[in-house]
Design a protein around this ligand. Sequence first.
Ligand code: UDP
Length: 450
Amino acid sequence: MGALDLDLTPLQNYDGLIDADARQEIVSVAQSLKGLRVVHVNTTPNGGGVAEILRSLVPMMRGLGIDARWWVLEADERFFAVTKRLHNGLQGRPTSLCRKDVECYWLHNEEAATAIELTFDSPDILVLHDPQVMAVPVFLRNGIRTVWHCHIDLTTPSKSIQARLLPLTQFYVRCVVSMQNYVHSGLPSDKVSVFPPAIDPLSPKNLPLSPEKARQILGRLGIDTSRPLVTQVSRFDPWKDPCGVVDAYRLVKNRVPELQLALVGALTAVDDPEGIQMWRSACSYAGDDPDIHIFPQPEVGGDETIVNAFQTASSVVVQKSIREGFGLTVTEAMWKGMPVVGGNCGGIRLQIENGVNGYLVSSAVECAERIVDLLGDPGRSGMMGVAARESVRRRFLMPRLLLDYLRLFQQIVNGQFCQPEHCKETKANAVAGLLAPTRASRTSAGKTPS
Ligand code: UDP
C-alpha cells in the first residue's frame, strides 16, 4: 500500500455547507500554512471510520495548498491480531501481550518509521492515527513533529494496556481525542486537543438519494421494501454488538411480525482480523430467519451508494454499540434525517440527545422499545429526524474538522507546543515499558485473564 494517490478537493465545493465566518477562517489559516508537508498514517485504506475521514479530509487539505499525503502501513496478520488487542484493550477488554506480540508491534512500527522517512524526507507534521502506528515516533529522527489522533473510546481502558501504550504520548507534540471524557489520567491533559470526527456531505454515501431510488437498491438486495426494516451498518466487531441487535429485532418481531433486519458490514478493513469470526457468530446467532439479512460482501457494504440507500430507506437505523469512539454511522444516518437508536456510550452520547434527535439505549430491551416507538409514531420520528440532520449540519460536517486540524497545525507551526526531544535512554525506557511483563503474561503468555 504505502502512499495513496489523492485528488485535490476545492473548498468552493462546500459553499452553502459552511458558515461564512468558518469559511473565511479556513481560507486565512490555510494561507499561512501553504506548502506545509503533512502526512497522515493509518493501517487500512478501506473500511472503518479513519479511512472514511482521510479519504475526504486529505484531498480538502490539498485543495487549500497544503502538501497533505496519506500513507498506509502494510502488515501481516500477526501484527493486526496484536493491534486489534491493543484496540480492544484501550476500549476496556482485559488484554495481555506476550514478548513476541510486543516485538512484532515494535518491529512493524520501526519499519514504518523508516519507510515514511524514505518516502517523504522529513515531513513537517506526521499525524499517526490510532494505536496501530503509535510507536512510530520512537524511531523517527528528532525534529519531525508528530500528532497522535486516537479515534477509540477511551472511557475505561484496560489498566495494563493503558500503562504500556499511553506513555508513548511523551514522543508526541500533541494528542487528539474525540471527546472531553477521554482526557483522563492516562493521557497528558496539557497535550490533548479535543475535536470530534465529521462526515463528508459530498461523498456518494452522504449525498441526497431519493427514497424511490433507495428502495429500488434495497429491493435488488432481497429486502421487501413494503415492510418495515431495521438496519445497523457496522464492521462485524464485538463492540458494535451485532448479536444484541438480533436480540432487539426478535423482541420487536413479536409485536411487529412483518419486521426485517439488515446487518451491513463489509469485511474490508484489513486491520480488523476479528471481522470474519464475528460475522460467523452473527450468522449463527441469527439462525435461519429469512427476515434477517446479513451483508458481509464488499459489493454491498463497500459500495457507498448502497450504504446510503440503507441509511436513507430503512424504517429505523440502530447503532447498538457498547463502546464507540465516535460512530460515523450514527452521523451519516442522522444527516439523512434518521433519528438513530444508539448505544449509550462514548461518542454516540456526543451525537444523540436522548428523545430529541434520537434515542440512547443500554440494553436490547431498551433498544427494542425505542424501535417500536419510532415505528409506531412516524410524525414524531420525522420531527426527531429534522433535529438530527440540523445537529449534524451544525457540528459534524467535514469543513469543521478541516478547520480544527488547520488550527492545530497553525499552533504547532507557531511553536505553541513543546517539541519533545528524546535521547537514546528515553527510547530504551519506552521499549522496556512496552515489554514489561503483565500479571497475565507472566502466568500464561498470550491468554486473556479471566
Ligand atoms: N462502513 C461502510 N460499510 C460497511 C461498514 C461500515 O461503508 O459495511 C463505513 C460506515 O459507513 C462509516 C465507517 O465505515 O463511514 C465506520 O465508521 P464508525 O466511526 O461508525 O466506526 P469504526 O468502524 O471506525 O469503528
